[in-house]
Design a binder for this molecule. Structure first.
Ligand code: GLP
Length: 259
């Protein structure tokens, strides 16, 4: 099962995962990170700024989970722009080693396959950061997504477009389509780190961690992976049946085990 770590706040989650990423880069200077967008991973990127100061990150590689289709890549809310602004520039990563799925319409039918080939050529993702949508999506794999799916074009649900409308002038400006790593792609990463904060995410977290494994809640795919760390605050943990057990297990964990 996933290891569930209940932290006091977002900053504690950021510090915990930044430490894990720094240790990974120390072991493997050309580590392959899996990057997520949305507000959830921001505390990790924030903590990495100081944690990686002075560390040679010139060989670090990364793949983002997803991108809107048909949005100008230069648009400030394209995930290409967000990843550049929130991760690549502040951490001083080499932009040539960071990939985001190509959501431009020209050749879109091949962009998923090309992305899969690039991930495979890099040797796969070492540590994949994940948020979770209020409908249980990970990446942009909406309910019903196959657990075997690979990077492809998907249609966003109304709920996801409404959730993401805060980044655009109105919901009508939120693209209807996206290109996202599939659940099968995500499950191939060697370590999954799913973060969630706030009461709004409590139902999705409980479904993903303790509910039935079902395509109706794509986040439940994490139950099929042998190495998952779920880092959540108290409100996001509020619907878990076994929260006390997770607290006890983490508190008593020998240090040598790491995350
Ligand atoms: C978007 C992203 C997801 C992210 C989700 C949650 O839909 N494609 O990768 O997990 O939003 O967003 P937030 O972290 O802002 O709640």
């Amino acid at each position: 099962m996933a290891e569930v770590v209940i932290v006091p706040d977002r900053a504690a989650a950021g510090a915990l995962i930044a430490e894990e990423i720094a240790a990974l880069i120390a072991r493997r200077p050309d580590a392959v990170l899996g990057l997520a967008t949305g507000s959830t991973p921001l505390p990790v990127y924030e903590a990495l700024r100081s944690r990686l100061a002075g560390v040679d990150v010139s060989r670090v590689r990364a793949f983002a989970l997803d991108e809107y289709v048909g949005l100008d890549p230069a648009h400030p809310e394209s995930y290409r722009s967000v990843i550049a602004r929130e991760v690549v520039e502040p951490l001083g990563l080499d932009p040539d080693r960071i990939r985001v799925p190509d959501g431009t319409l020209d050749g879109i039918e091949h962009h998923g396959e090309d992305y899969e080939a690039a991930i495979a050529a890099a040797g796969g993702v070492d540590l994949q950061i994940l948020g979770i949508g209020t409908d249980g999506h990970i990446g942009f794999n909406e309910p019903g997504s196959s657990f075997a799916s690979r990077t492809r074009v998907k249609t966003l649900t109304r709920q996801t477009r409404a959730d993401n409308a805060r980044f655009f002038p109105s919901i009508d400006d939120v693209p209807r389509h996206c290109i996202t790593q599939g659940l099968g792609t995500i499950l191939d990463a060697r370590h999954l780190v799913l973060l969630a904060f706030g009461e709004r995410k409590a139902a999705a977290v409980a479904g993903a961690v303790e509910g039935a494994v079902t395509a109706s809640l794509p986040g439940s795919a994490i139950q099929l992976h042998p190495h998952v760390t779920v880092v959540i605050d108290e409100p996001a943990a509020s619907r878990l049946a076994h929260a006390d057990y997770y607290r006890e297990a983490f508190a008593g964990k020998p240090e040598w085990q790491g995350l």
